[in-house]
Design a protein around this ligand. Structure first.
Ligand SMILES: O=c1ccn([C@@H]2O[C@H](COP(=O)(O)O)[C@@H](O)[C@H]2O)c(=O)[nH]1
Length: 234
């Protein structure tokens, strides 16, 4: 079985991205490329990283009207992403349009509540629900719209896995014990997130900002081998 560990390569520098991907290849199941990389390097840059052979999670978090998102997803088809993100807040029709336009084999996952937000942040944008309640609501929407799964934090993944047994759960906000959380507010350690039902663990700075990224990736991957089986009860 391939590793659930994906490294988030958040850099605008193509050479640095290629070097990072090369350094951690033996320890990860894939690479995540997001807005920072895509804005600087575009589809050609994604193709360069994809050519290294690891599955690519294209985390562009698309969020627009259904027609625009559907056409954007169709335009990304030549890149053959393994996983693609859209914002669940875009609504049912937008989610369905994204899934309909996605290439065969590409999982479309809906971002629920960003891991950088807590309940105070949600209240500021008019959401009175807790992160857990909002994730559950948007997971149900994503599922009924035909998506393959969601992005949520480790705090909500066990409950989501119970609600949606066949769902695919992408979990960022992953921090090995004692590491700097940075701008993340809902965090969990790699083994704990896996034990709670994460399908994919997205880890960026704990690997990419380490003095030895390969060793950081190896250490996180090793910690997953000892992770207990899913203990979800929520
Ligand atoms: O809710 C979300 C959705 C996506 N992300 C992305 O994951 C990585 C996390 O990077 P770290 O350096 O490990 O914090 C980053 O690329 C985000 O765009 C997220 O963090 N939260």
């Amino acid at each position: 079985m391939s590793s659930p560990l994906f490294v988030a390569i958040d850099t605008p520098a193509l050479d640095q991205a290629l070097a990072l991907a090369s350094a951690v290849t033996a320890h990860v199941g894939g690479v995540k490329l997001g807005l920072e990389f895509f804005a600087a390097n575009g589809p050609a840059g994604v193709a360069r990283v994809a050519a290294m052979g690891l599955p690519v999670f294209l985390d562009l978090k698309l969020h627009d009207i259904p027609n625009t998102v559907g056409k954007a997803v169709a335009a990304l088809t030549p890149l053959k992403p393994a996983v693609l993100t859209v914002h669940a807040a875009g609504g049912r029709a937008m989610l369905a349009a994204a899934k309909a336009a996605a290439p065969a084999g590409c999982k479309v996952v809906a971002v629920t509540v960003l891991t950088s937000l807590d309940s105070t942040d949600l209240a500021e944008v008019g959401v009175s629900a807790s992160p857990a309640e909002q994730v559950a609501r948007l997971a149900d929407l994503a599922r009924s719209a035909g998506c393959d799964g969601i992005v949520c934090s480790g705090e909500e993944v066990a409950a989501a896995a119970v609600r949606w047994p066949e769902g695919y759960f992408v979990v960022p906000g992953i921090r090995p014990a004692g590491s700097d959380v940075g701008d993340q507010k809902r965090v969990l350690t790699p083994p704990e997130a896996l034990a709670r039902g994460a399908s994919m663990l997205v880890v960026g700075r704990p690997i990419t900002a380490a003095s030895d990224p390969a060793e950081a990736a190896r250490s996180i991957a090793a910690s997953l081998d000892a992770a207990p089986a899913l203990t979800a009860t929520a």
